[in-house]
Design a protein around this ligand. Structure first.
Ligand code: FE2
Ligand code: FE2
Length: 275
């Protein structure tokens, strides 16, 4: 549908006075540019939300940013999320409780986007507790936000199946690790840990994980692996399984630590960061 004949532009005056239809259509070649613009707008909103300590609005803004980014997850849009993480880990933010509250803001519509944001909120808490440098915080925040970006390539029937997956579906689901690695390999991101985390966050130290049964797991992927599991256990609202109380989830994770699946030190640090 065209709003204007080809060649005619939407005038500044109409934009200022909001005299345009509710839906505007972009040419496909302009889509990335559109996403970058939207990301910029939302990042400004994000700053305001943090300043006003409004966790609900902050979460909604973050959902919009990540949704927008995941709608076209490739080089050009993924990089735009760098600024988002930078805002969240800035000195100013570390002074506020709003990031901690971010995780507690419940949201019924459980999606990959929300899960990623929750994992990031918990990761920032972890990084603060570990006294990570600013660079490390930034890397961990990005690892968290992007660890499941490969799920954008999985069909929503599988992602939203209200039951346990069958073998074929589970195999497809597991491939989100490869897909994520592939997507991030094509992006201009300054650190390899980010794509490694997408690939390895379901691996276990005893080699029982997937996709490669690799016991040699990068540092950030070990952290995200634990936080990812904790978030899924406590926040998952899949109909066939109730979500767990924090303590119960931690007990379950501890059993996996004892069994040699997770790093004990990382687990302890994470548990303390929740206090
Ligand atoms: Fe995952
Ligand atoms: Fe995840």
């Amino acid at each position: 549908m065209l709003y204007k004949p080809v060649g005619l532009k939407l005038s500044e005056m109409r934009i200022n006075e909001e005299l345009y239809p509710e839906k505007l259509y972009l040419k496909r070649i302009d889509k990335l540019r559109g996403i970058r613009e939207v990301q910029k707008e939302f990042n400004q909103q994000l700053k305001k939300d943090i300043q006003s300590n409004n966790a609900i609005s902050l979460k909604n803004t973050l959902v919009s940013i990540v949704q927008e980014t995941f709608s076209e997850p490739r080089s050009g849009s993924i990089e735009g999320i760098l600024e988002t993480v930078d805002i969240l880990i800035s000195d100013f933010t570390s002074e506020t409780e709003v990031i901690k509250n971010l995780f507690r803001v419940s949201n019924k519509d459980y999606t990959t986007v929300l899960h990623s944001i929750n994992v990031m909120a918990l990761s920032i808490g972890y990084a603060q507790n570990e006294n990570f440098s600013k660079t490390e915080k930034r890397i961990l925040g990005l690892c968290a936000l992007l660890h499941d970006v490969g799920k954008t390539k999985i069909s929503s029937e599988i992602l939203r199946a209200p039951r346990k997956l069958n073998e074929r579906e589970f195999k497809e689901m597991k491939a989100h690790t490869f897909y994520g690695y592939k997507i991030l390999s094509k992006c201009k991101i300054f650190n390899d840990e980010i794509k490694l985390t997408a690939l390895q966050h379901h691996e276990k130290l005893d080699g029982s994980g997937y996709p490669n049964k690799d016991a040699n797991i990068s540092r950030m992927a070990q952290i995200i692996g634990i936080i990812d599991c904790y978030e899924a256990l406590t926040n998952d609202d899949r109909p066939y399984r109730d979500s767990m109380a924090p303590l119960k989830a931690l007990t379950l994770l501890k059993d996996d630590v004892v069994a040699g699946k997770y790093n004990r030190r990382v687990f302890e640090k994470f548990a303390y960061s929740l206090l």
